[in-house]
Design a protein around this ligand. Structure first.
Ligand SMILES: C[S@@+](CC[C@H](N)C(=O)[O-])C[C@H]1O[C@@H](n2cnc3c(N)ncnc32)[C@H](O)[C@@H]1O
Length: 225
């Protein structure tokens, strides 16, 4: 299945802004942490690359916090990019939204990049390609912030995904339903263990890989180009 496919569904897009904070523990704080990790190394008037920018929620958080940053946001889903445009409103004047994959983005170089809630959809080879292409577009030493579903080494993927599904279950469907949803996710998503996550980032050229966030099955790392 093409990773972008679920994000072409009108119902997914219509629900995205309301549903996502209920699925990802500390979603707004994840955006603030990502912004701070970028700001540690980026200048006040930075150029930031946002990969998987659909929905526009991290772009909105970054643009509000950093009035002089400019952004390129890339995503294959036209519907998710339309939503990003609506979410951004007048902040969109500082955002260049591109439909496509990383290969369609200009060489930059950028002062920092993020890829949030996206890499868990990509098979290892596509992940590696995406990360290498991000690396090629960053200034030396520029930060990359990523966060997505990932399982600690040797841990039970279905158990952790079920906890995330239970976190998202605001209707109270119960743990049995969460476990079923988790089994489906474990089958469908090419998840990596945290050791493999570091390995693929290093293989793409990044160094100083450090975990900064964990919320049930969601984990986030910062690294430097
Ligand atoms: C769960 S959404 C995350 C959107 C946003 N980053 C956030 O955190 O709210 C995943 C997004 O990744 C996009 N996507 C899927 N495959 C991609 C790829 N290879 N490169 C960039 N974006 C991709 C989808 O179209 C979708 O908009």
């Amino acid at each position: 299945m093409n990773a972008a496919q679920p994000f072409a569904a009108p119902a997914t897009i219509a629900d995205y802004v309301a549903a996502t904070p209920h699925k990802v523990p500390g979603y707004a704080d994840l955006h603030r942490m990502a912004m701070l990790l970028l700001a540690e190394h980026a200048p006040a008037a930075a150029d930031i690359l946002v990969v998987g920018a659909g929905g526009g929620l991290e772009l909105k958080a970054f643009a509000e916090a950093q009035p002089r940053w400019r952004f390129v946001g890339v995503d294959p889903s036209a519907g998710m990019l339309d939503l990003a445009g609506r979410v951004l409103g007048s902040l969109g004047a500082r955002v260049d939204l591109r439909q496509g994959f990383i290969d369609t983005v200009q060489p930059g170089p950028f002062d920092g990049a993020t890829c949030l809630l996206t890499l868990h959809f990509l098979q290892r080879q596509e992940r590696l390609h995406t990360l290498r292409e991000i690396h090629r577009r960053l200034k030396p030493g520029a930060p990359l912030v990523v966060a997505h579903h990932s399982i600690a080494d040797g841990d039970d993927a279905v158990a952790w995904l079920a906890r995330s599904a239970a976190f998202a279950d605001r209707a109270g469907a119960g743990f049995a339903r969460s476990r079923l949803a988790a089994a489906k996710m474990a089958d469908g998503l090419p998840l990596l263990s945290d050791g493999e996550e570091g390995a693929v980032l290093r293989e793409a050229g990044f160094s100083g890989v450090a975990l900064f966030y964990a919320g049930f099955s969601f984990r986030g790392w910062v690294s430097r180009a």
